[in-house]
Write a protein that binds this ligand. Structure first.
Ligand code: CTP
Length: 411
């Protein structure tokens, strides 16, 4: 997977550092050459000796080591690698990355490198959710860092929530995927794969009103749809993002149309056609309330209210059946709690689309509202299963997959 690849693994100071030794072992078994940098806090959790035994190389800890500088200067150490992985990325390391501090070896290397950086955060849930960390994550993303995780679960400190470092095998897969992407970039010889193409993406939930103050919604965050819109724009496409109500910012360089309901989403999509690609990533409400009350429904009026639902238009199915106006590539999502592949395959046929991106949103899945996704790409004749990846990486891989379909004319 990573034959001949050079990885710089920075191990930060958190309890998850013990998992980084397993990551180091996996990277080496995948064929990578790994150099390890331990922060001073990292040294409190794993020893340079254990990291060095596993990497088969010297471990670097000190910015001002005369011996190290004589052997390999710190700038060269940062540039020699094909990929830099920071695992665990502690709150402190993330803050240094986001603000460009360089007061020790790890932060100096991160500032000096010209290679992709993959961050695997691990911290207490409150630290992860703190406004400062939220800002630092957004800043680091804007600066081009890639994230994997954190996952959700119980933590060493006894708290529960997001903040656990992603499992080493999933970090390995994300690293391999980033390396593939770099190869593709090289072979694409600078021409952008979706240059001159128009892509429409739906994203987020829809809100279906009940009365002036209440509505029906779902847990969709819009992260996957927004990431797809960003990846398509970065691939050179002219992107229209039709988004339901979300709390994340729109990607730079896309045309954003904000809607609330499924009917508004359908109208916005239809107005934006024709297009080369339509990607329905929104979690559209299947039903809406038949009669929206003009005034707030009062508690004490006629006992418990009874809501009568009617079906919403199916945007994906309508676009796929739009005859002449049908985009050459139509992609749907299937969020399933049971019978994932069978239900997704049935959806591909029923909604007449070219690809279905299937994901499991059943009990225990952290996909809806989370940062990572585990998807299966279903076409008429095959199923491709991808490992757990961040939603940004799923988006990039999907956009590459769609570009190939468009250029081969093969769906
Ligand atoms: N979709 C849509 N319009 C709808 C419902 C769904 O465009 N009214 C799209 C979604 O954006 C997604 C796909 O259809 O790409 C599948 O949505 P999903 O909710 O998983 O399937 P449903 O068709 O709603 O079927 P079910 O609820 O029975 O699973």
């Amino acid at each position: 997977m990573l034959q001949e690849r050079k990885i710089l693994l920075i191990i930060g100071g958190g309890i998850a550092a013990y998992k980084s030794l397993e990551l180091l072992r996996l990277l080496r078994s995948a064929g990578a050459k790994v150099r390890v940098v331990l922060t001073s806090a990292g040294c409190e959790f794993v020893t340079p000796l254990s990291a060095s035994s596993l990497s088969g190389d010297k471990v670097y800890t000190d910015l001002f080591s005369l011996t190290d500088e004589a052997e390999i200067g710190h700038i060269q150490l940062s540039r020699d690698a094909d990929l830099v992985i920071v695992a665990p990325t502690t709150a402190d390391l993330l803050a240094k990355i986001a603000t460009g501090q360089a007061d020790d070896l790890a932060s100096t290397l991160l500032l000096a490198t010209n290679k992709p950086i993959l961050l695997a955060p691990a911290m207490n849930v409150r630290m992860w959710l703190h406004a400062a960390t939220r800002r630092n994550v957004e800043r680091a993303k804007l600066d081009g860092c890639f994230f994997i995780g954190p996952g959700e679960g119980s933590m060493a400190c006894g708290d529960f929530g997001p903040g656990r470092m992603t499992e080493p095998l999933d970090i390995l897969n994300a690293a391999a995927n980033l390396m593939d992407r770099d190869l593709d970039k090289g072979s694409a010889a600078k021409s952008l794969p979706l240059e001159g193409k128009k892509v429409i993406v739906t994203s987020g939930p829809t809100h279906e009103p009940i009365d002036p103050v209440r509505f029906i919604a779902n847990r969709s965050s819009g992260r996957q749809g927004h990431a797809i819109a960003r990846a398509a724009a970065q691939a050179g496409a002219d992107v229209v993002l039709v988004s339901g109500p979300v709390s994340i910012p729109p990607p730079v360089g896309v045309q954003l149309i904000c809607v609330e309901t499924a009917k508004e989403m359908l109208a916005a999509v239809q107005q934006s056609l024709p297009a080369d690609v339509f990607i329905a990533a929104a979690a559209v409400a299947d039903w809406r309330v038949e009669r929206i009350e003009a005034s707030k429904i009062k508690k004490d009026k006629n006992g418990l209210p009874v809501l009568k639902f009617i079906e919403n238009p199916d945007i994906l199915a309508e676009v796929a059946a739009s005859g002449e106006a049908r985009p050459p590539v139509v992609v749907g999502f299937a969020a399933e709690t049971d019978g994932l592949l069978a239900n997704a395959q049935a959806k591909l046929t029923k909604k007449a689309c070219d690809l279905i991106v299937a994901n499991d949103v059943g009990v225990g899945s952290d996909v809806m509202g989370g940062l990572d996704n585990i998807v299966h790409i279903i076409s008429r004749d095959k199923v491709e299963s991808w490992p757990r990846l961040s939603k940004d990486l799923v988006a990039e891989k999907l956009v590459r997959h769609i570009s190939l379909l468009l250029s081969n004319g093969d769906k």
